[in-house]
Ligand binder design. Sequence first.
Ligand SMILES: Cc1cc2nc3c(=O)[nH]c(=O)nc-3n(C[C@H](O)[C@H](O)[C@H](O)COP(=O)(O)O)c2cc1C
Length: 373
Amino acid sequence: MTTAGDIEARAARIPAREASVRFDAWPFVHPTMLAPMEGVTHPMFRALVAERGGVGVVCTEFVRVSRAPLSVAALEREVIKAPGVPLSVQVMGNEAEKMAEAAGVVAAAGADVVDVNLGCPMPRVVRKGVGAAMLKDPELLYDVLSQMRARVPGMLSAKIRAGFDDKSSVVAIAEVVEKAGADFIVVHPRRRADFYRGVADWRIVRVLKEALRIPVVGNGDVWYAADVLRMQRETGCDAVMLGRPALRNPWIFEQARDLARGEEPRDPSGEELLSFLVDVRRRYEETYARSVGKMKELVRYVGRTLNDDRAFMTEALRAPTTDEILAIAERHIAHLPSDALDLDAFGKLRLERSGSALVDDGGVSDRERASAA
Ligand SMILES: Cc1cc2nc3c(=O)[nH]c(=O)nc-3n(C[C@H](O)[C@H](O)[C@H](O)COP(=O)(O)O)c2cc1C
């Protein structure tokens, strides 16, 4: 078994590439990113988020790069950009040459950032030695990233977890990412062993920010727009990445932008939430053959903003058609005033538990939440 001490010692022996730090400040307009999410951050969803505004970069889900011959056309098809918002294309694999070739293809096809997945916790993925499994192999990680670096003239990034079984080698691993020449790093501060359990430990984001020279993006349990600013304040991170919270609250990026500008953020009503669902349904039906499944995926998150013991979600998830989902939404949501929904920038109903860098278990305390508001 590889110990954290062993990983640290091996990582420390890796030398830095020359000029491995090209940016020491966040290079995009907004300090926010839409996280890569398999099955979720397809072009239509990315376009929807980009249109609403306030997001700095949107990411594709991971594209698996295996030993099999690369399909250039398939890789190029991933590079679908939403107008006005930079696109990050994420690749996952451990064959350095193949990863470099794939990175070159997506960069040439217009990806603004090429990102490497070093965090996927799924057994089918780590069994193949990719995703979070690469956190245990600093030499391999360096080889893959530095060969990619040589082929990507634009931005290269890596998205890590806090470790595989143990958090204590996270700085050593992040330093390898920096030494290989990545332009920035994203950290989802849970170990692979945690999957999605517990609350993301924002203290790790702060530790990496103190240790590295490249920009650090914090991710994990940033459930409310005010938490975006609070994470930046508590950790010093350069930007914040949102995954599930952006599915749950479609207004979160614009709310965070408005808070940062000192403007009053929107506090959407049930009617606005329903109009959002109607709009999404129309777009899904125009784009995908099976839009019921995709609508239900959204219902699972949007439903979390209602304080109704999951009544809306339970009923909507049983509906056989999107027409029925919308009819159920009309009954449960349309009449709700904004006070009855947990969709505001500060989390007035506190239905979700956000992270914190100021408490031991990483979960936010009421005191900190109050000071964020
Ligand atoms: C449905 C789903 C799919 C995901 N797919 C990916 C992926 O393809 N690549 C990746 O790096 N992370 C993936 N993640 C992890 C997210 O990018 C993010 O790190 C995680 O959800 C924590 O952030 P959050 O609390 O903002 O959701 C996925 C997460 C979810 C919920």
